[in-house]
Design a protein around this ligand. Sequence first.
Ligand code: ACO
Length: 320
Amino acid sequence: MTGRICGTGSALPHFRVTNDDLSKIMDTSDEWIRSRTGIETRYLATEETTTSLAVEASRKALENAGVDAAELDVIIAATVTPDKLFPTLSCELQSELGAVNATAFDISAGCSGFLFALNTVQAYIESGCCRKALILGAEVLSKIMDWGDRSTCVLFGDGAGAAVICADETGILKCVQRSDGAKGMALHCYNRPVNNPYKKNPADLDYTHMNGQEVYKFAVRTVPKTISEILAAVDVTPDEVSYFILHQANIRIIESVAKRLHQPMEKFPLNLTECGNISAASVPTLLDKVNRRGLLKKGDKIVLAGFGAGLTWGAAVLTW
Ligand code: ACO
């Protein structure tokens, strides 16, 4: 038995912010953001929460799969921006959806979170302890941005994407997840500081810090290598892959991966132009977009790949 993606869903906040909108509140420009990243707009939560976006995306994925929430054995939410430290986003989701038979837990793996959730569910399915699972990435990254730091805040957006995974004869052919904690400070954000009455010089709340060039180099080196490795492991060539659905951090990273794999950009769908980088939500929201446009045909080979904070990365090749 393997895992098969049998339904997808996504949700975005209603408030859309263009690069020109940002240039009115900080020293930046549409030209700078667009030419360096490919990003044109992003959606930012003003009324939505990580949980409300996750619930909407999950309901759509369950409907798309024709699966009732009570049939779920497992729910895994990938997020670095849950609304609460506890209970977890996945437990709140279980309650909202009425997934009374599921066990629910969160994964924190930055922008690779959805791939880590997929790999985990695959292991559960292979071991025989799960038949139907809901996995999702949901983020309100705007709450961990320093809106005075133009080098990070213009890159990110908010949203959620979900997928229902069912045990089946065909589906995931191979998936991997990897980490390199030694490079973790290239992209980091401290949690709540120690502020008990005995602490000297308590720190302020922290926001996202990124060494953009280091993350860029890591991504262009690691992602094509990992994709090549998993394809070789199952004897599939890049030419046989219909779509490469990559984490949406920067169009230049995606162009570089396409070049290294000798594949045309038409095989690399995008939503970063519209949504910016939504971390764990970027792969599943893009997968949902491609799925709902009817671009995926039964039997197509698809690659999913994520990379980000940790540093972490992961990839999967599957038959649709
Ligand atoms: N608007 C205008 N100018 C800016 C902005 C901005 N929003 N941000 C930075 N600048 C300025 C800088 O101050 C600097 O000015 P200076 O030369 O006078 O000092 C200049 O632009 C160049 O800054 P760099 O940081 O060198 O810009 P770079 O060309 O490296 O592009 C970027 C930055 C887009 C982040 C790039 O490093 C990159 O693509 N990194 C990849 C990592 C990535 O995409 N991360 C996203 C999140 S991580 C993840 O998802 C895994």
